[in-house]
Design a binder for this molecule. Sequence first.
Ligand code: SF4
Ligand code: SF4
Length: 201
Amino acid sequence: MLGEGIIKGMAETARNFLGSYVSDERLTTVQYPEERLPQLENARQFPFLVYDGDDWQKGLRCVSCQICEKECPPKCIYIVKSKDKKPDYKGQPQFYPAVFDIDLSVCMSCGICAEVCPFESIKMDTNYEWSRTDRFGSLLVHKEQLAKPNTHYHEIHPTDAAASDAVLAAEIAKAQAKAKAAAEAKAKAAAAQSTAVPAAA
Ligand code: SF4
Ligand code: SF4
């Protein structure tokens, strides 16, 4: 029936409005900002940059590959790659973002940056309280404001954060196995060379 959905919606609104006078269950709103509704695990508001350990500058996972910058639909991520490198979570030297800004006034909370990042570096935060008094400068959120520990990720999205940890742990184990195999091959080659020299002499 045409308009059935609208009628059902209006009936539900009326039930909640009248019922809220007699039952707390029908009270669907809260007295914000004194009260806040708990955030759902899959809620997403604005991105943040994950870091491991206690030092955000050392532990930032981002390697400045700029994939998120390219894929962001409204182009609100601005990255400047570093000139030097620092060890990443696998201990391998990597570039890092000298500048990583996101324009809060442009971001549409789509989460595409988090989906395309191959390094588990950028995730969606659940914080929605981003009002500012300065409509220009403070709407550009810098990396020191975007950086949040992995423990924060676990707090807001425990399921995703556990999956993310598993991905990184598998990559670290793979890198360690590769380094071990390379070291063993090198030692074997050195041993073969040292036994071959007296024979040739
Ligand atoms: S959430 Fe979407 S719009 Fe916002 S920075 Fe990420 S990709 Fe861009
Ligand atoms: S957040 Fe991820 S996709 Fe974006 S630059 Fe850093 S490593 Fe690359």
